[in-house]
Write a protein that binds this ligand. Structure first.
Ligand SMILES: Nc1ncnc2c1ncn2[C@@H]1O[C@H](COP(=O)(O)OP(=O)(O)O)[C@@H](O)[C@H]1O
Ligand SMILES: [Mg+2]
Length: 114
């Protein structure tokens, strides 16, 4: 399995005056080539913060992000963020965020293959 994105211990802290807001708390996230991954979670759970870091639009406060080349060489790799659960479950893997943390990562493909 070749990795496309590997993030470890991603933490994103926003400062508003003296207040510290943890948008991401020690998030591990990996996507392999050809995989279809969805990210779900309620408003404020950190979805946009995670995508901004993965897309290098924002830098994490702590943690590492490694991006690998050959993104689309074999099959399509797709990451979506959605509130549509039916759509989310079409993905191979569903990451659920709550309060800046990965609540769970459901491997839908494994469940369907059982
Ligand atoms: N620029 C910012 N300054 C301060 N707090 C922010 C900022 N952007 C996001 N946040 C806070 O970070 C948390 C995660 O936000 P966000 O990633 O936008 O969640 P989602 O996309 O899941 O709705 C929320 O508590 C939000 O209020
Ligand atoms: Mg958002």
């Amino acid at each position: 399995m070749s990795l496309i994105v590997e993030a470890r211990g991603l933490t994103k802290v926003y400062r508003r005056g003296r207040e510290e807001i943890y948008a991401l708390k020690d998030v591990d996230f990996a996507v392999t080539k050809g995989e279809f991954v969805s990210i779900i979670g309620p408003s404020g759970s950190g979805k946009t913060a995670l995508l901004n870091v993965l897309g290098c639009l924002d830098t994490p406060t702590r943690g590492s992000l490694e991006l690998f080349e050959e993104l689309n060489r074999q099959g399509m790799t797709l990451i979506i963020v959605t509130h549509n659960l039916e759509l989310a479950r079409k993905a191979h893997k569903v990451y659920t965020l709550r309060d800046g943390q990965i609540l769970g990562c459901e491997d839908v493909r494994c469940i369907q293959e059982r």
